[in-house]
Design a protein around this ligand. Sequence first.
Ligand SMILES: [Zn+2]
Length: 438
Amino acid sequence: MAGHPTRRFLSRLWAAAACAGVALAGVACGSAEERALGRPEPALAPEARAPEEPSAVASPEPTAPETEPEVDRGPIAIDTHVDTTQRMLDASDDLADRLPDGHLDLPRMREGGLTGAFFSIWVRPSAYPGEAAWTRAQALIGAVQQLAERHPDEAAVCRTAEEVRAAHREGRAALLMGVEGAHALGDPEDDEVLLARIGRLHTQGVRYMTVTWSNDNRLGHSSGGDHPERGLTDLGRRAIREMNRLGMIVDVSHVSDRTFWDIVEIAERPLLASHSSCRALSDHPRNMTDDMIRAVAERGGAVCINYYTTFLDAEYGRRRRRVERAHRAELRTIRDAHEHSWQRWAETNAAIRGFDPTLEPPGIAQLGAHFAHVASIASPDAVCLGSDFDGVGELPAGLEDVADLGALREELERRELPVAPIFGENVLRVLAAQTPSD
Ligand SMILES: [Zn+2]
């Protein structure tokens, strides 16, 4: 992995310092490999020592601290959409390990300073039609829970803003869950059964549901479906009210424009767009118009910017697709050589760059422009991180994976945008505002 050697080095130091705080508190913080080998963990590695307090009077003997020293872990950073869940289930990949591909694991989260993420419970409709979708969703939820059970010192399932803050203090990754598309509720004959499943998801810790993915479903119509001119169904209206009652965030990413406005009309709590960018900068139906962004902001919600190159620059996406069409056979060879999508992305992107060296993906500055746009037309309190890590095949140049998150932080600082709200506090506010009414 190339990227930013200096930034990675600095963030590793930061991660080591964070780890030191945990080690002092008596909690294991070594690598998975060390624990697997049964090696005793050193009390404190030399490079992991927290910086010493300058002291006017030299103390005679160093004594063990009585309380855990405050460790500066940086601002809370929450990403509202990562698709890493599928590899956890389908390839049994353990996120406590540094994985050789893809965009996210716990070591790289620490490097990039990402406190936590909403792990997407996404079901491919063609592979799991009808009721099979519900079974698959349950298995994906199980995979997230299992990560925290296996590594309680490194990760915790979080359901509230307070639980996220506690995980941040403890140096543990906050694992949140969001269901992407109501087709994941399955297809029971009885509407009441379908609605009851939303309550079941909430009990299991799921804290948002995206009303649709790219397909239409029983609740409403999608921007990528057969009828993008249509909106919520009657059942969809009931589902929105039920989500508001339960305290489940209504996520408007992926929905058709009409579905979006139908939701705005009836929703009583702040909305979230978990992974959507700005249509004014990049004309793509998955992105949000300025009016939509303002409507979310006026209701206390937030729009979390998707990092996918095609959403950041739709013209780039069109050019890239032309290259893909012209080299279909070569790209199919790469695809067929790998079992899983995340294993072929780097090779595919390199090949496309080879086919057309003039095709330059958008970089960090273009990503920053989408954040700045929401901040300027609405508010810095209405924008957040919605990477789509491990769900998209290409990220902006300079942001290879979550370990490079510091590059986005620097870009926001360069634009004089407030980092703490954008990185985490806005999302925690939306989460906290879903308090159940009964
Ligand atoms: Zn999505």
